[in-house]
Design a protein around this ligand. Structure first.
Ligand code: NAD
Length: 356
């Protein structure tokens, strides 16, 4: 790799994999002097037609059927890992050991020990490891972070965050399979938790959770209360058997912010040609209910494209500090997800040891 050019590959060309593949393609056309040139090198999927079709459609040089061929390829510098959750750790660790930078789909790991081992490996091999939540990379999330950091709503006291949807093709879907790391908590709850962590800026000390279980053994829906050492609380809910809903209400001592924290956004009412919708970010600056919520507007587009650009940028700049900050949030989230699952299974509250 030179500072001005990186070769990228995507492992997994399923639902989310195709979005990553397209994200790099879109990022490769962006002119930005801070952004290295992105070479679209390879797509790998165990199901050959997926790899071949995606490579052809999005202009990648080659299609592969094994992820090992990506690990071994000298012309690849950076890789998105977009396969079922149980495969994240083995593939990511092999890539890191081969000196590749990795953008891994959420949830990064099945538990806290896995996440820690993965970040330890990234540090050992001096490469980047970043967890992909597309909404993180939306300009709207940047605006949210600025509002919170600038004290627009005072001290953050609590947050309620939800994400749920109706699962398609439940029979074959990886989300219904416990052996693949399925379940509503890891799939959708990880999103709600990630924005809770973003607003609260720390991990809870203890959680209590309650779930409904599918016959396959995965949680089909879950609710959890998160208790923080300083007395604050947050609530999370997630589901795979409801109408689509996604929202967070962040409440501060001096105001409140409501957001849909969408992965992909559009300025067009009713959605654009890709199905992206306008995403709400509304802020009330003050404590009185007579103060109207102000709607914030900003840049819009595919979160996968923004993620690809951000990933390429930190690689080009060698910005290990940015990765360290992101790692702290990912480790907190992995430990919290593990505790929530434990609490839901045992019916007792679960403590969270600090990993960061
Ligand atoms: N960020 C998001 O918006 C978002 C959305 C959906 C899924 N995801 C995440 O992306 C990941 C994949 O989810 P999905 O919905 O795309 O799943 P999917 O089942 O649609 O795709 C997984 C792909 O992996 C391939 N695969 C399986 N084993 C493989 C192997 N050993 N080597 C190479 N390829 C292999 C399959 O053939 C399939 O094409 C999960 O971690 C999920 O949580 C993220």
């Amino acid at each position: 790799m030179s500072n001005s050019s990186i070769g990228v590959a995507v492992i997994g060309a399923g639902m989310a994999g195709r979005a990553h593949i397209n994200g790099y393609r879109a990022a490769s056309t962006v002119f930005d002097s801070d952004l290295p040139d992105i070479r679209l090198v390879a797509v790998a999927d165990a199901h050959e037609p997926f790899a071949v079709d995606a490579a052809k459609r999005y202009g990648y040089e080659r299609a592969e059927t094994s992820w090992e061929s990506i690990v071994d390829a000298p012309d690849i510098d950076a890789v998105s890992v977009v396969v079922a959750n149980n495969l994240h750790r083995p593939i990511v660790e092999a890539l890191l050991a081969a000196g590749k930078h990795v953008l891994c789909e959420k949830p990064l790991a099945l538990d806290a020990a896995e996440a820690k081992a993965m970040f330890d490996a990234a540090r050992r091999h001096r490469v980047m490891l970043l967890e992909a939540y597309p909404y993180y990379f939306q300009p709207q999330t940047g605006a949210l972070v600025e509002l919170l950091g600038g004290g627009a709503i005072g001290a953050v006291k609590s947050i309620q965050a939800c994400f749920g949807f109706a699962l398609a093709n439940a029979q074959d879907n990886i989300r219904m399979k416990p052996e693949l790391g399925g379940g509503a908590l890891l799939d959708a709850g990880s999103y709600a938790l990630s924005i809770i962590r973003l607003a609260m800026q720390s991990a809870p000390a203890r959680v209590t959770a309650d779930a409904t279980w599918a016959d396959s053994g995965v949680d089909i829906s879950m609710m959890a209360t998160l208790h923080y050492a300083d007395g604050r609380r947050a609530q999370l809910s997630c589901a795979m058997d409801t109408a689509y809903h996604r929202r967070a209400m962040i409440v501060g001592s001096q105001g409140a912010i409501e957001t849909e924290y969408l992965n992909h956004t559009s300025a067009q009412e009713g959605g654009d040609e890709f199905g992206y919708l306008p995403s709400e970010l509304r802020v009330r600056r003050g404590v009185a209910n007579s103060i109207p919520f102000e709607t914030m507007h900003g840049g819009v587009g595919s979160g996968f494209r923004f993620a690809a650009e951000a990933f390429a940028k930190v690689i080009g700049e060698g910005d290990f500090a940015a990765i360290d900050r992101a790692a702290r949030a990912s480790l907190d989230n992995a430990a919290t997800l593990e505790a929530i699952a434990r609490s839901a299974r045992t019916g007792s509250s679960a403590d969270i040891p600090s990993l960061s």
